[in-house]
Design a binder for this molecule. Structure first.
Ligand SMILES: Nc1ncnc2c1ncn2[C@@H]1O[C@H](COP(=O)(O)OP(=O)(O)OP(=O)(O)O)[C@@H](O)[C@H]1O
Ligand SMILES: [Mg+2]
Length: 418
């Protein structure tokens, strides 16, 4: 079984939930889903928010975390007045700037000296934005693991909300996977990134107070100089079900193309929702294609639907592999990774593996003696099981008619169209 508790990982004593979900906004090509689902679960086992541990108040979150409270001026100086040439990227949440601070005093230093930081500056989104900001502080202030991005501090001043992170020099996995031109992402790096992300999720799921990440996607996997991958963006994270509850009933939040179908349809959130999203990211790593890509012909727009029939067929798998890999991948390992993605994407959420099993499978695949031998195989396996797979018997949530769908559907990200 994979071990997701690295030596340096740590969960601070108690990790209560923050109540209520807020709005996730995406500037990626994948549209963001936000929908209120009526909590119609009649089961006493349903994990209704109010049954979760009492949320901490804002002042408790801000005062108990070991985070530096920056003044706005400090962060303005650290980022050279948020200069456009310090801009690292833009998300639905706001802009991210590069900055520099003294590693001991944490005060602003000259550009290029001290420690490099990433400063996320919230757009004035009002209450919802503030809630996500606070949720991120609550979780990242207490969870520490090599595969979670490190939060250094925050700024709360008037209407200004900022978050200060360790700088991840290679940016997001999304930027690497989908940009034009040759890729730096070799097969070995892709598997390493998958293992790192899986370990991060496994750590959250196996914590004493389980945390469900809820927004796993390539944009939320950041890479350091050595391509070590870390999960970022805990604004939608949610405490997992407690006691004998099987799920948490909540607003449907996340990103189209990545969110698990049963969660989108019912609002019932479990750790297996993250496992599904991980399966989508694994598919993106294999194929180099986005979860949702409106620029493709209709049958190829939704990665899961398009790729699924190829995943269990050794002879056909090469057809969907990322051409940027130029065939430089071990076929056995690729097939093992495809099989794992297939399991993660099972429409029956209970049948999906735990993240600890996913970590173990990926580690085995990475260390296998045959991992880097290109041994063609012509055996066809499992095609029948794909056709019989429940995932094909269920209508994809995005196909639900507006009246049946709990989603407020966005054709695209509000940022890009709005
Ligand atoms: N700690 C960091 N170090 C380096 N670059 C970062 C860091 N955090 C974010 N970025 C860059 O800023 C970009 C925007 O990040 P952000 O999390 O705001 O949005 P996103 O994840 O792309 O989209 P979404 O709005 O759905 O969260 C990222 O794609 C990445 O390139
Ligand atoms: Mg992000």
């Amino acid at each position: 079984m994979g071990n997701c508790f690295a030596a340096s990982s740590k969960v601070d004593a108690t990790l209560p939930s923050t109540s209520g979900a807020s709005r996730s906004i995406s500037k990626t090509n994948t549209s963001t889903i936000t929908s209120t689902v009526t909590n119609n679960s009649s089961s006493s086992k349903s994990g209704i928010d109010s049954h979760l541990p009492t949320p901490r108040s804002e002042s408790e979150i801000l005062s108990s975390s070991h985070l530096k409270a920056f003044s706005f001026n400090e962060l303005r100086n650290a980022t050279r007045n948020f200069r456009p040439d310090s801009l690292l990227g833009e998300g639905g949440f706001g802009y991210v700037f590069k900055g520099w601070i003294n590693e001991h005093t944490l005060s602003a230093t000259k550009p290029g000296s001290g420690t490099t930081i990433a400063v996320k500056k919230l757009k004035p989104e009002g209450f919802q934005g503030h809630k996500e900001w606070l949720t991120e502080l609550n979780y990242l202030g207490q969870l520490h693991h090599p595969n979670l991005v490190k939060l250094i501090g925050y700024c709360l001043e008037g209407d200004s909300r900022l978050l200060v992170y360790e700088f991840m020099p290679k940016g997001s996995l999304e930027n690497h996977l989908f940009r034009r031109g040759p890729t730096q992402l070799s097969w070995a790096i892709r598997i390493k990134v998958a293992i790192d992300a899986a370990r991060g999720l496994c750590f959250l799921h196996d914590a004493d107070n389980q945390v469900i990440f809820r927004d796993l996607k390539a944009a939320n996997i950041l890479l350091d100089a050595e391509f070590n991958a870390k999960l970022s963006d805990f604004g939608l994270a949610k405490a997992g079900p407690t006691g004998d509850r099987t799920h948490v009933s909540t607003q449907v939040m996340g990103t189209h193309g990545y969110a698990a179908p049963e969660y989108v349809a019912t609002g019932r959130l479990t750790s297996k929702s993250d496992v599904y999203s991980f399966g989508v990211v694994l598919l993106e790593l294999l194929t180099g294609r986005r979860a949702v890509d409106d620029s493709k012909v209709v049958v190829e727009q939704h990665l899961v639907d398009w790729a699924l029939p190829y995943l269990s067929d050794k002879r056909k798998l090469f057809r969907i592999m990322d051409t940027k890999l130029e065939g430089q991948y071990p076929q056995k390992a690729a097939f093992a990774a495809a099989t794992l993605a297939f399991k993660c994407l099972n429409a029956e959420f209970k049948s999906r593996p735990q993240m600890s099993e996913v970590v173990a499978s990926l580690e085995e695949l990475q260390s296998s003696k045959t991992a880097f031998k290109n041994s063609p195989s012509h055996a066809q396996t499992g095609y029948d099981s794909i056709r019989k797979s429940p995932i094909n018997r269920h209508r994809s949530p995005r196909n639900l008619t507006p009246s049946a769908s709990p989603l407020r559907s966005h054709g695209q990200s509000p940022i890009r169209r709005g």
